[in-house]
Write a protein that binds this ligand. Structure first.
Ligand SMILES: Nc1ncnc2c1ncn2[C@@H]1O[C@H](COP(=O)(O)OP(=O)(O)O)[C@@H](O)[C@H]1O
Ligand SMILES: [Mg+2]
Length: 376
């Protein structure tokens, strides 16, 4: 069911954790709330679930208002029909897998045979039907999270809220379960809000990503939009853009003056009037071993620099290297291994960056541009 959050505000004492937040989760969609630790993701989720008392705003699930600050209407947690999965494995260790999953159905007064059938059905979906009779304490972390997921799905919730459910798992298992979750989500058409600080997870699991910073949504879009066109340097940095350098206000696209380095770059992007930075993805920097014929400077489309390798890490298909330009600019590049020779520390290299890869973004998202948000 569609979930609509409007003008939500939550304060813990004097501290305002959520500021006039607007967010819609369309029916059957997966929205991922992505942001650094402490930005207010869990608080937002808890407000939707009914576990916090917001200081203002409205929340509706389907056509039912579950919170309205103006009228004082508050629907309690157990009447909201939301499913929740948390970071910690919230399973009952002394019960079997089947008992864990069917327990909420029992609370709902569903007859024994139906409980069993429904529980087995969701266990099938999460790939645990064969372990139905096993004691929950005998499971691995990944299996416990599957049980928690099955239990919350068994209730056929109007919306599934998942708060960093994979972050306690080891890397391999996390990757597997992420793919599995996406499959379940798309097959079942679950309406879900997934909270994470991990950009890879957000890109993999979202129909739409909402970037959250300091209690506000600062950008909303599809994974492709968010990854391809972050609206600020701080969001770009969060999405794996490692080369971010502030520019002087006098900069023009043909001559971007970096504040902390004696170097100018060329870009095809307009320069915003607010404090801004140059943002370059590591994979957009080409590094090759220096040849006598290599040039330095700019032409219409490309920036050419020369420098020295500081560190190079072999990653199989690519090499990640830190290079320092002769003017002292540290750059992080991901590039193809050289055909001949190696990027040993100290090796002289030529660096080229296409000017359409040199993004210029305001340091922070301008409040007036924030989608759906109401300017203060
Ligand atoms: N019960 C609470 N009392 C006071 N401050 C809180 C409480 N819960 C969270 N906070 C604060 O609110 C902010 C947002 O917290 P939270 O929603 O947990 O962030 P996230 O889930 O994004 O890491 C943080 O600064 C946190 O310290
Ligand atoms: Mg949290």
């Amino acid at each position: 069911m569609e979930v609509v959050v409007q003008d939500l505000e939550l304060a813990y004492g004097d501290f305002v954790a959520i500021k006039r937040l607007d967010l819609t989760i369309p029916d059957g969609e997966s929205v991922v709330l992505l942001g650094q630790s402490g930005c207010g993701k869990t608080s937002t989720m808890r407000c939707i679930a009914g576990l916090e008392s917001p200081t203002g705003g409205r929340i509706s699930i389907g056509d039912r208002t579950v919170f309205d600050g103006a009228s004082g209407k508050v629907v309690p947690v157990f009447k909201r029909n939301v499913g929740m999965v948390f970071q910690s494995y919230a399973v009952w260790p002394h019960k079997t897998v089947l008992e864990n999953v069917s327990f909420p159905l029992k609370m709902k007064g569903i007859a024994r045979a139906d409980r069993r059938r429904q529980a087995l059905e969701v266990l099938e979906i999460v790939g645990l039907a064969h372990l139905a009779e096993r004691g929950a304490s005998m499971l691995s972390g990944g299996q416990m999270q599957r049980v928690a997921l099955a239990r919350s799905m068994a209730m056929s919730p109007s919306v599934l809220l998942l708060d960093e459910p994979l972050s306690n798992l080891d890397a391999r298992l996390r990757d597997d379960l992420r793919v599995e979750l996406r499959r379940i989500q798309t097959e079942r058409g679950l309406t879900s809000l997934y909270v994470t600080h991990d950009q890879q997870e957000a890109l993999a699991l979202a129909d739409r990503i909402a970037i959250m910073q300091e209690g506000r949504i600062t950008q909303l879009g599809t994974p492709e939009q968010i990854y391809g066109s972050p609206v600020s340097a701080s969001i770009a940095g969060f999405l794996g853009v490692t080369n971010i350098f502030p520019i002087a206000p006098s900069s023009t696209p043909r001559s971007l003056e970096l504040t902390d380095h004696d170097i100018t770059l060329r870009s095809t992007y307009p320069v915003p009037r607010t404090a801004a930075s140059v943002c370059i993805r590591p994979e957009d920097i080409t590094v090759t071993l220096e040849q006598p014929t290599d040039r330095v400077g700019h032409d219409a489309d490309t920036n050419y620099l020369s420098g020295t390798v500081e560190v190079a890490v072999f990653q199989g298909a690519s090499i990640r290297c830190k290079v320092r330009t002769d003017s002292g600019l540290p750059l992080d590049a991901i590039c193809a291994p050289p055909a001949v020779g190696t990027f040993a520390p100290g090796a002289r290299v030529s660096i080229s960056i296409d000017s359409d890869r040199v993004k210029v973004l305001p340091n922070e998202a301008p409040v007036s541009d924030i989608p759906q948000a109401v300017a203060a």
